[in-house]
Design a protein around this ligand. Structure first.
Ligand code: SF4
Ligand code: SF4
Length: 438
């Protein structure tokens, strides 16, 4: 659809991505794929409905009702609609831009805005601060305070219990801290002659809470002929900033990462968290050259270079939950991951119904919109339990935490292990030569 240029400029000044809303031809093909529409069945909770609301905001110039704003903010930004839309809509970009516009337009900012700003500006970009907060959460979980809080605050507030349940168990500091003493230049040398020198992206919360996946990633890369380095000054990818419409802050983080990885001398930047990978692969418009070295998801990379087939057996039924930011954000379908898993002797891949359907995690979406995230998670939990899997693999920490919190509600679910695909590969390498399989 086209409109007069002067009108378009006027509307774009209210909503930067306005022109993209015109790409929608209202066909409705996206609607069955939208998880939030699946919960409420309302047009305003569908991609088409949200585009209509955002377009109306720009064209009216009258502000937006609280109700319409909520429907837009309830988008998980899973980007499933982007994958199926014949007009090639960019829901991710539209949502980021619209949230930035809301942050600007609200004259009076609520406590949620200031809390988000505090965390995004003063905590997430600093691994040392994340480590200190993780230590506090670890003490809370181990000291008995958690039981006490649940027995008191948990009885008074359902919201508190929900938030408490979503916390992953924080390992002790020794297991959590990813080693930074082996930063440039030596790093972790390849087993045998190096084919490549790669830089591992550590992330913010993932640097602390998912250190086991980082260590497994390093070992698997070494086994596959890579020297691995961890540039010390790297920072958060800015994905949560973008989700919240804090685009200037995310641009600054991107700039810092681009500077650090460009001078690190690595051939490739490896990312093992799908959300971070999508953010690093899609540079803000002021960085057309991207990060410098190419960015690859770890599974995509191993599939491209040809995995050294592990010899250790893992005789388990394994299901793959596809993270939205891998399949819809990075357009990496299940084949790459499943091909890697098929190389593990003894492993049986079991299908999960709608494995590319969102689990409801969406960064911090499950904390902000539990009423929407809960039914989405229940459906994901049902499909996993029905698959008969003993292990679920997924390449995004947010999905791993969310899926685990759903499975822990039943004894059958509690028995299911959640791992990153690379942790399973690492386990298979590690058990080579053992007579009993893992
Ligand atoms: S599939 Fe694309 S063009 Fe069709 S209604 Fe959805 S967003 Fe609009
Ligand atoms: S990004 Fe996901 S939740 Fe948002 S409109 Fe598209 S399909 Fe629905």
């Amino acid at each position: 659809m086209t409109i007069a240029k002067d009108k378009e400029l006027q509307f774009t000044s209210r909503f930067h991505e306005y022109t993209r809303t015109l790409d929608c031809v209202h066909c409705g093909l996206c609607i069955p794929y939208c998880p939030t529409h699946g919960v409420t069945g309302r047009e305003s909770d569908s991609p088409r409905g949200r585009i209509y609301l955002m377009r109306g905001y720009a064209e009216d110039g009258e502000g937006i009702s609280r109700e319409a704003e909520q429907h837009i903010l309830q988008c998980i930004v899973c980007r499933a609609c982007e994958t199926v839309c014949p007009s090639g809509i960019h829901m991710g970009d539209m949502m980021e831009s619209f949230r930035e516009e809301l942050n600007r337009a609200h004259k009076v900012k609520g406590p949620g805005f200031w809390l988000a700003k505090l965390l995004l500006r003063h905590v997430l970009p600093f691994r040392g601060r994340i480590a200190a907060i993780s230590d506090l959460i670890y003490m809370y979980q181990r000291s008995g305070l958690r039981k006490l809080a649940n027995a008191t605050l948990g009885r008074l507030s359902k919201r508190f219990s929900e938030l408490d349940r979503l916390q992953p168990e924080i390992p002790e500091p020794r297991l959590r801290r990813i080693e930074t003493d082996r930063t440039l230049p030596g790093g972790y040398p390849s087993e045998g002659k190096a084919r490549m020198r790669v830089g591992l992206f550590l992330g913010c919360i993932t640097s602390e809470w998912f250190a086991p996946a980082h260590r497994a990633t390093i070992r698997v890369l070494q086994r596959n002929g890579c020297d691995v380095v961890l540039p010390e000054e790297q920072t958060c990818c800015g994905a949560l900033h973008r989700h919240g419409g804090f685009l200037a802050e995310s641009g600054e983080l991107y700039r810092r990462n681009a500077e650090i990885f460009s001078r690190s001398g690595v051939d490739v930047v490896i990312v093992n968290a799908a959300g971070c990978g999508a953010a690093l692969k899609e540079p803000p418009h002021q960085f057309p050259a991207g990060l410098g070295p190419p960015v690859r998801d770890i599974c995509e990379f191993l599939d491209e270079i040809g995995l050294v087939a592990p010899k250790g057996r893992i005789e388990k039924r394994v299901g793959y939950h596809q993270p939205c930011h891998l399949v819809h954000g990075q357009k990496i379908g299940p084949r790459a991951v499943e091909e890697l898993l098929r190389k593990i002797p003894g492993l049986q891949l079991v299908p999960i119904e709608d494995s590319d359907r969102c689990c409801g995690s969406g960064g911090v979406y499950n904390l902000l919109h539990p009423e929407m995230a809960e039914p989405i998670l229940s459906e994901k939990t049902r499909t996993i339990l029905e698959s008969g899997a003993e292990i679920i693999v997924t390449g995004n920490p947010g999905c791993a935490m969310q899926v685990k919190s759903g499975l822990e509600r039943s004894s059958a679910g509690k028995a299911i292990e959640i791992l990153h695909p690379v942790e399973l590969l690492d386990r298979a390498y590690e058990s080579e030569g053992r007579s009993t399989p893992s």
